[in-house]
Design a protein. Structure first.
Length: 232
């Protein structure tokens, strides 16, 4: 598995973001989840590049090669990605977001409609209550014992009104694992709120098993993009 280093930087929205860039073709942005970095997408990056797309894989603020921050908000991260797209001069890129990356993608397109050409999200939630109760209990206890700004973010945000998702007018793919950390009803609510979206629930998969180190999501993503975005 090839490693794509985040050896480029861009300053947007008051922060400097490291990002990796690979391939040639129509632009696709990959956004990782909480506490992760762009490296989780090594498999998907290779698949997308082989399919004829150009991948931009940033480390979110406070993650990966970027320095930690005292607090985090999804709205700030969505504005980071809006600034990222504008700074790099990307014209209606596709965006794939996993977990927190999916939340950011939804908030970006609702705040700035038409910025993206297509959107795919995996394991996203509209509120902390959309996560399974055992996950909330476990991380609440851990955060009380040792506070972590990134855990606090997950336990207090997002607060997305599903009504705002009705304004998304681009092709959207919504996925989750059958055994996800996100309640199935939450995933279904997201898909139902977005006009014309496609919902895929993957059997025998958890939150990230079909994404990290797996070729499954990459194949699904390439198929979605070829049908709904720019042809490679």
């Amino acid at each position: 598995m090839r490693t794509y280093e985040a050896d480029r930087t861009v300053t947007v929205n008051g922060v400097t973001l490291h990002y990796a860039e690979a391939g040639e073709g129509a632009p696709v942005i990959l956004l990782h989840g909480n506490g992760e970095n762009h490296g989780i997408f090594s498999m998907e990056t290779g698949q997308l590049c082989s399919a004829g797309y150009k991948v931009y894989a940033p480390d979110s603020r406070g993650h990966g090669a970027n320095g930690p921050l005292p607090e985090y908000h999804y709205a700030d991260m969505a504005e980071d990605m809006y600034g990222f797209i504008r700074a790099l001069g990307l014209e209606k890129p596709a965006l794939y977001g996993f977990s927190d990356g999916g939340i950011i993608g939804l908030m970006l397109e609702t705040a700035h409609p038409g910025t993206l050409g297509a959107l795919a999200v995996s394991g996203a939630n509209l509120s902390p209550e959309g996560l399974i109760p055992s996950f909330i209990r476990e991380y609440t206890a851990a955060n009380e014992a040792r506070p972590d700004p990134l855990v606090t973010l997950m336990l207090t945000e997002p607060r997305i009104d599903p009504e705002t998702l009705k304004n998304i007018r681009i092709p959207v793919l919504v996925t989750a694992g059958e055994n996800d950390l996100v309640l199935r009803s939450e995933t279904e609510k997201i898909a139902a709120a977005i006009p014309g979206s496609t919902l895929v629930i993957l059997g025998n998969e958890d939150h990230g098993s079909y994404i990290v180190g797996s070729g499954t999501m990459g194949k699904i993503l390439v198929g979605f993009l070829r049908k709904n975005y720019r042809k490679a």
